[in-house]
Design a protein around this ligand. Structure first.
Ligand code: ADP
Ligand code: MG
Length: 324
């Protein structure tokens, strides 16, 4: 299958979004939003750094890559509408595998009526998948990290550490075939970005959001630094999946703070609007938990502090860092 046959294979036969004027097939795609702000993000996934062929199928690789991107759009409060996919294909991957990556992308995209509007296909030494997502939102409802204020409630959706626990199960070949670990494995291979919830929060006047891609320690620091505030977290309130009880205290501790890739949302909102957030969560069937509060900066620079067994400690901003 050559490049042109491949592009013909993945070219969408129909599109969902009325704002699209031209999709795949010309030198560039064209769309036009009338009122909304355009929100764009790109993420790049490299084989053996971001994913491994032995823990994920090609379809999962595509699904998860787009989920991670869509999660960034959700964390801005926006609705994802378009994506572009650029792929570097090594000759060790079959055409079937590459097609499967694109069916994984399409599977997630269909859930949100997102359209594939372009990309690039080239050959190279290792598989690299780079996805650009475009979303739209009323500009007054953007959820910048700099929106946190002292007095806000800090909350998180879902449970934390599941994805890393799932990866651990896959790599260690634990009783991974044990049916009960399926939830954790699924969270690793097919995370659910909180798109619907973030959008229904359009009724909230001000809110800071960050998606949990590198672990809440890192995400909390990003919120604190951007907003120039401190964040206090109450350790025992951090929600974890009941299955995590099968692991050691150290593993749970590590995964819930530094695990990442759960693609849940960490947010802050005023005390007054917090009950509304809880109501929206209930209506979307999303678990939402208050895990701390925002305070004024107490030292020279913003810090994240954790209360555990009556003792306060300053949290380290660990998590995965490239270009060390
Ligand atoms: P050009 O030479 O003008 O860059 P290409 O041959 O690279 O054109 O691409 C032709 C069309 O196919 C363009 O619309 C481009 O966006 C689209 N396309 C190429 N590769 C991909 C891909 N991996 N995913 C989606 N669309 C793609
Ligand atoms: Mg091109």
């Amino acid at each position: 299958m050559n490049e042109f046959e491949f592009i013909e294979h993945i070219r969408p036969k129909t599109y969902h979004q009325p704002s699209l004027l031209y999709g795949v097939g010309d030198d560039a795609a064209v769309y036009q939003f009338h009122q909304e702000a355009t929100v764009t993000a790109v993420d790049t996934f490299v084989e053996n750094i971001h994913f491994r062929k032995d823990t994920m199928s090609a379809t999962d690789i595509g699904y998860r890559a787009l989920a991670a991107n869509v999660s960034d759009i959700a964390a801005m409060g926006a609705e994802p509408v378009f994506y572009l996919a650029s792929i570097v294909v090594p000759n060790t991957w079959s055409s079937e595998d590459i097609k499967d990556i694109f069916s994984g992308l399409a599977e997630l995209a269909t859930q949100y009526r997102m359209d594939l509007i372009g990309g690039d296909t080239v050959s190279g030494k290792e598989l690299v998948l780079s996805i650009t997502v475009i979303g739209k939102v009323d500009a007054t409802r953007l959820r910048y990290r700099q929106h946190a204020k002292a007095g806000d409630v800090v909350f998180v959706t879902g449970t934390l550490g599941d994805s890393q626990a799932g990866l651990h199960v896959l790599l260690k070949e634990l009783p991974e075939t044990h049916p009960t670990f399926k939830d954790l494995i699924k969270k690793h291979q097919r995370p659910v970005p909180q798109v619907q919830f973030a959008q229904q929060l359009g009724i909230i006047s001000r809110m800071a959001l960050n998606d949990v891609s590198d672990g809440i320690a890192n995400e909390a620091y990003e919120l604190a630094t951007s907003s120039q505030v401190d964040i206090h977290i109450y350790d025992e309130t951090i929600p974890t999946h009941p299955l995590l009880h099968h692991f050691t205290k150290e593993q749970i501790e590590k995964w819930k703070y530094f695990g990442g890739e759960d693609f849940e949302l960490l947010g802050t909102v005023s005390q007054k609007e917090w009950p509304m957030v809880q109501r929206v969560a209930t209506s979307c069937n999303v678990q939402v938990t208050e895990i701390g509060k925002v305070t004024e900066v107490s030292k020279q620079q913003p810090t994240v502090r954790v209360l555990k067994e009556d003792e306060w400690t300053t949290l380290q901003q660990l998590g995965y860092t490239h270009l060390k």
